[in-house]
Write a protein that binds this ligand. Sequence first.
Ligand SMILES: Nc1nc2c(ncn2[C@@H]2O[C@H](COP(=O)(O)OP(=O)(O)OP(=O)(O)O)[C@@H](O)[C@H]2O)c(=O)[nH]1
Length: 419
Amino acid sequence: MQSAIKPETTLTEPLTMDAPKQGLPVTIITGFLGSGKTTLLNHILTNQTGLKIAVLVNEFGEIGIDNELIVATEDNMVELSNGCICCTINEDLLNSVYGILERSEKIDYLVVETTGLADPLPVALTFLGTELRDLTRLDSIVTVVDAENFSVDLFNSEAAYNQIAYGDIILLNKSDLVEPSRLDALETRLHEIKKDPRILRTTQAKVPLPLILSVGLFESDKYFDAAEEKEAHDRSHSHDHDHDHDHDHDHAECDHDHGHCVHDHDHDHDHAHDRAHDHDHEDHTECDHDHGHCVHDHDHDHDHHHHHHSDHLAMDGFTSLSFQCDRPLSVRKFQYFLDNQLPESVFRAKGILWFDESDRRHIFHLSGKRFTMDDDQWPYAPKNQLVLIGQNLDHDTLRSQLENCICLPSKTRAKGFGK
Ligand SMILES: Nc1nc2c(ncn2[C@@H]2O[C@H](COP(=O)(O)OP(=O)(O)OP(=O)(O)O)[C@@H](O)[C@H]2O)c(=O)[nH]1
């Protein structure tokens, strides 16, 4: 494991500390797959009243499940991007932020949720190393840690390591799932990665919002030498927050029509030793008329030459498989899939599921070995959307296993398959 990058070596010029930094305050939420980033986002959106918050969400899976998992609030706006913001100072992210800044309605705060596989540093540098530094003020990086699944070796990933190393605040989340002794051990481990970490133990990412928003930790802590006093400016944001309403599952309506398409987007980040820069894009489109939907496969190979962050997670072969279907699944077959077919290499899954046996919308999450299924009402016509993320996935096998979970419409269908 390489040690963390010294931030001062990555910034071309230090910011002047004389003038208080103006601009849109930004909080970056990072953390490994399934740690609770979207849960934290929903906590913020639900409880932070009085501020107009813009949200940028970057997802690794490519069918945009998150837009259905993020609570809809009247005041706030949510933008989703599927571009890969994990790699470099990113045009897409830059453009999305400009889009927000240029809106006529005033936005008070920006929250960026990165994918679980992203190194937060390039995201931070997008705000610090571009013209955005005059228009925004990076407030803090909040890192969500899954207390149950956090692994000792961090998947041998520098991205996961940097999520901890650059977290101004670490939420040790899912503390309900583990013994206190495990929490103590994890804190010890976090101390080894990071001196004086600010660690907050949480369940469902429920943290008092004044502890994580407008705290001005980012600038003062690490990225700039100047031992400047915290600007009074930072403090002048007054919020009235922390009404801990219960979430009432007010799901955003999806007005995107994804058609009947299955998108499959693999990110293969391949860091060769010579750091040769080499992009390899492949697009396959197959149509499977028998099942009445399309299959897009998008393989995305990056080959980076960043000296500092060499070991991306995706280097270890993390890919995502997206499955969509406008016919119901059989509960029994899906159960069989979970119990007997789903490989351990699938580390994370999330889905909106439609079962033949139920008229409810089922929300499926898997992180590590644990899965949960919640349900609510369909705000639109039922369909299935599922994303599986893991290492070295056998996409073809998984896809055919998932297709075998689909209920056969009727005996009149000519071509039977599966049982
Ligand atoms: N038991 C328990 N479950 C939690 C807690 N926080 C989040 N979860 C669940 O963990 C699962 C993943 O949470 P998300 O908020 O979607 O995680 P995420 O980090 O956004 O996931 P990705 O975007 O896929 O990386 C969901 O089923 C949550 O309900 C917690 O404190 N305790």
